[in-house]
Design a protein. Structure first.
Length: 141
C-alpha cells in the first residue's frame, strides 16, 4: 500500500528533549527540502550523493521523482520536522533490474540533530513502513 503524502507516522521525543514529527513528504516540502540539502553541502565529514547545491528546479525534479516513487510503491520516505522545519530526510528505495528485491536505505540529518536518536527513530519508521508495503524482499542496511 502506497503512503499518503504528509501522513504523520509518529511524534518522538529525542535525547535532548526536542520533539520531532516523523511523516511522509508532501509537495509543499520542496522549499524546505532545498534548504535542508543545501545546508548539508560542504560538510566535509558527510557522504551525500549531491556535491553541489541544487537549483530550485533541480530540487523540484528530484522531489517530483521521489513522490512518484512513493506513489508507485517503489520507495518509503520519512522526513523529520521540528518546529515547522525539515531537519532530517530518509528513505528506503527499491533498486531495479536483477536487484529489484533489494531496498537501499539512506538517512541525512541536519547538524544539531545528530547523535540524539533522530536517525534511529527514522530508521525504525522506514523499516516498519517498508515491512507493511510488501515491495521489498530484503533491505540492505
Amino acid at each position: 500500500m502506497a503512503l499518503k503524502a504528509g501522513s504523520i507516522f509518529k511524534k518522538v521525543k529525542l535525547k535532548d528533549g526536542t520533539v520531532a514529527i516523523l511523516r511522509a513528504p508532501k509537495w509543499e516540502d520542496v522549499n524546505e527540502l532545498l534548504a535542508f540539502v543545501n545546508g548539508l553541502i560542504g560538510e566535509s565529514n558527510l557522504y551525500i550523493e549531491v556535491q553541489t547545491k541544487p537549483t530550485w528546479e533541480e530540487e523540484l525534479d528530484w522531489h517530483a521523482n521521489k513522490l512518484a516513487q512513493i506513489e508507485k510503491g517503489e520507495a518509503v520516505v520519512c522526513v523529520a520536522e521540528v518546529m515547522g522545519y525539515i531537519v532530517g530526510n530518509s528513505s528506503i528505495t527499491k533498486k531495479s533490474g536483477v536487484q529489484a528485491h533489494v531496498g537501499e536505505l539512506g538517512i541525512s540529518l541536519q547538524k544539531g540533530y545528530r547523535d540524539i536518536g533522530l536517525g534511529t527513530e527514522m530508521m525504525k519508521v522506514l523499516i516498519e513502513k517498508e515491512g507493511t508495503s510488501e515491495i521489498f524482499e530484503t533491505s540492505e542496511v
